[in-house]
Design a binder for this molecule. Sequence first.
Ligand SMILES: CC(C)(COP(=O)(O)OP(=O)(O)OC[C@H]1O[C@@H](n2cnc3c(N)ncnc32)[C@H](O)[C@@H]1OP(=O)(O)O)[C@@H](O)C(=O)NCCC(=O)NCCS
Length: 218
Amino acid sequence: MVRRVQELARQLGIYYKKSRYLSPNAMPWTRARVQWEFMRRQSYVVWPLYGPVLKAFKEGRLEIDQNVTLLPGCWLNLGTETARIRIGRNVYLNGNLMVASYDLVEIGEFSAIGRGALILNAPHRTSDPNIPIMLQGMEGNGPTRIGKNVWMGNNAAVIGGVTIGDRAVIAANSVVTNDVAPGTVVAGIPARATKRVSPRPDVATTGSIDGAVASPEA
Ligand SMILES: CC(C)(COP(=O)(O)OP(=O)(O)OC[C@H]1O[C@@H](n2cnc3c(N)ncnc32)[C@H](O)[C@@H]1OP(=O)(O)O)[C@@H](O)C(=O)NCCC(=O)NCCS
C-alpha cells in the first residue's frame, strides 16, 4: 500500500513538473498577472495564451509596447534563456500565431500578423545521427526582424534570421526564407517579390490613426 502511494506521488510530481513547463499560464493567478502586465501597457490579450510569458516579462526577455492586441491561441515560445521577443506599439497579432525564438524576434509598430502565421527562429540541430533531434539542442541563426507597418497574411511563415522591411506585405500561405525589401509584396514558397507596394492617391483610405495610441511617425 505504501509503495503504491509513493508511486502515485512520484507520478503526480512528474505530471506537475510537466504542467509547469508545458502550460505555464493555466493557473488563474498566473493568468491574472499576465493580464495585469498587458493592462499596464494598454494592450490586450484574448485567452488562451501559450508560452512562459510571465517569466519572460520578469526577465526582460519579452517586451510588449502600448496598444498591442493578441487574439486567442497565440504561442510565444520563449523556451530558451537566449530567446527574446519584442513587439512594437499598435501591433495586431491574430489568433494561433506561433513565435518560436532562440534569438531575438522583433515585430515593428503597426504591423498586422495574420491568423495561424508562424515566425520560426529556433532551429533544432540535426547533425548527429545517433541522438534524437529533440535532444540535440538548438542553434541560432541571428535575429528575425519584422519591420514597421508590415502586413503578414494568414498562415504565412517566416523562417530563420531574416529581416522584413517596413511596409512589406507577405501573401497568405507564403514561406519567407530570405530578407524582404521595404515596401515589397512577396508571395509563394519560397516567397518571391511580386510587386512594390505603390501609393494610390486616387483611392481614399477608410482608417485613421486617431484611435491609435501613438502615430507611426512619432
Ligand atoms: C498579398 C496580397 C495582398 C496580394 O494581393 P494583390 O495585390 O491583389 O495581388 P494579386 O492578386 O494581383 O496577385 C499578384 C500575383 O501574386 C500571386 N499571389 C497572390 N497571392 C498569393 C499567395 N498567397 N500565394 C502565392 N501567390 C500569390 C498571384 O497569383 C499573382 O500572380 P500572377 O501575376 O502570376 O498572376 C494577397 O494575395 C494576400 O495574400 N492577402 C492576404 C489575405 C489575408 O491573409 N488576410 C487575412 C489577414 S487580415
